[in-house]
Ligand binder design. Structure first.
Ligand code: UD1
Length: 416
């Protein structure tokens, strides 16, 4: 069991360098299953989700070596089973479906797990595969998809799902003919996977817009690629500065990817300065409250919703944040309440009354981003907090306590 001990009410200041995006690195790793040869992925975060995905790939015959942010993959033949325990522990492993279906004509995966933040069905992925000629069977919580040869299709998503966009893009790279995805997700991670697959020899265009076109090709090779900076990690540290009344800079970021967050922070009165590849924030004397809603990119990201709520506890007045992407993403608010936060969640929105004085206590992180919000609130609280469930935080943040310590926080990791 791993826990954090946090001594709160230290003002965070300084500069922090941001890693490559978890949600891109994981998908680029699976996309390599479509190719052949040696890959070199730079800017890969050292987080447990990457280790888990490495385990999935190893089981399928891929050789991997990871050191100092550089992941090398050797892909020759791909065979074997996707390990059930690993797939169940991580949502992103459902992304092996597209590449394995394209490459092997058959794939069987356990219904995936991941953060406990909503029902997360897979109907958009599965309907897309079916339109491309696959048959899908659901057997005892496992999906079995078969397609001797996928063919192109004109697919309109009922919702711009990130995972389904990536899965269908990957499946279509080697399908017969042209595939068009309409109402596709537009996240920067989608642009990354297009660049990576095209580097392998795929013919994809349109990523970053809502229509993506893929011309199927006969085979794919290997490529070198650098993962896009993690806009969620960057946003979390900007919110950490402001939640503790501090100021600081995140480096190695793409500021445009953070526009909705930066706009919201400026509207709260925070000083926001955008430089080349970096963003700085300065706390105002008083933070103003806000009203906002999450949504698919380029709207405010759901993965920063909990951390934004932590900040709202320190704003003067009533803030409201609507959660429009997932249907059960307020579990962490109960923990913030233990610190003294005044938050009222209903099914799709939270209301936060600020400013509240927070007091350290025992807390439990139940999911990745909720866990980050709990850390931020504990940093702002008077006295000591113990945060259990740090495994959830380690899934997506590289050495969070080291980064926070370098910014002036008092936080230590205790592994029992
Ligand atoms: C990805 C990210 C996650 C982020 C989310 C939204 C990874 C590993 N995870 O998750 O961190 O919060 O994007 O930005 O990249 N849906 C369906 N049917 C489907 C697929 C999705 O109803 O077949 C629903 C989901 O339940 C959810 C919404 O669509 O309510 C968004 O899901 P999606 O965009 O697919 O998110 P993920 O790819 O799972």
């Amino acid at each position: 069991m791993v826990k954090f001990l946090v001594e709160g009410q230290r003002t965070l200041c300084g500069r922090v360098s941001i890693n490559g995006a978890k949600n891109s690195a994981l998908k680029l790793m699976v996309a390599a299953l479509l190719g052949q040869g040696s890959f070199r992925l730079e800017n890969v975060p050292s987080i447990t989700d990457v280790e888990t995905m490495a385990g999935v790939l190893r089981a399928l015959g891929v050789r991997l070596h990871f050191a100092s942010g550089c992941l090398q993959l050797e892909v020759s033949s791909v065979a074997g089973q996707t390990p059930e325990a690993l797939v169940k522990s991580m949502r992103a492993s459902v992304q092996v479906m597209g590449p394995l279906l394209a490459r092997l004509g058959r794939v069987e995966v356990a219904r995936p797990g991941g953060c406990n933040i909503g029902s997360r069905p897979l109907d958009i992925h599965l309907a897309g595969f079916e339109q491309m000629g696959a048959t899908i069977e659901v057997k005892d919580d496992r999906f079995v998809a078969r397609a001797p040869r996928l063919h192109g299709a004109d697919i309109t998503f009922r919702y711009p799902s990130v995972g389904a966009t990536e899965n269908i893009m990957m499946a279509a790279t080697m399908a017969k003919g042209e595939t068009i995805i309409r109402n596709a997700a537009r996240e920067p991670e989608i642009v990354d996977i297009q660049g990576f697959l095209n580097g392998m020899g795929a013919k994809i265009q349109g990523a970053g817009t809502s229509v993506i076109t893929i011309q199927g090709v006969g085979e794919l090779g290997a490529t070198d690629f650098s993962v896009v900076p993690d806009r969620i990690e960057a946003g979390t540290y900007l919110l950490a500065f402001l939640t503790t009344g501090g100021s600081g800079t995140v480096e190695n970021v793409v500021p445009e990817h953070m526009a909705p967050l930066l706009g919201l922070l400026a509207s709260m009165g925070a000083g926001v300065e955008v430089g080349e590849g970096e963003v700085s924030v300065v706390s105002p004397r008083r933070l103003k409250p806000f009203e906002a809603s999450t949504g698919p990119y380029p709207e405010f990201p759901t993965d920063l919703q909990p951390q934004m709520v932590a900040l709202a506890t320190q704003a003067q007045g009533q803030s409201k944040l609507k959660e429009a992407v997932f249907d059960r993403r307020f579990g962490y608010t109960h923990e913030l309440g233990k610190l003294g936060a005044r938050i009222t969640p209903n099914t799709s929105a939270v209301t936060i009354e600020g400013i509240t004085s927070l007091y350290g206590t025992d807390l439990v992180a139940g999911d990745l981003r909720g866990g980050a919000a709990i850390v931020l609130a504990a940093l702002a609280a008077e006295g000591q907090s113990t945060i259990f469930g740090v495994e959830h935080i380690d899934r997506g943040y590289e050495a969070m306590e080291t980064q926070l310590t370098s910014l002036g926080a008092k936080i230590v990791r205790i592994a029992e």
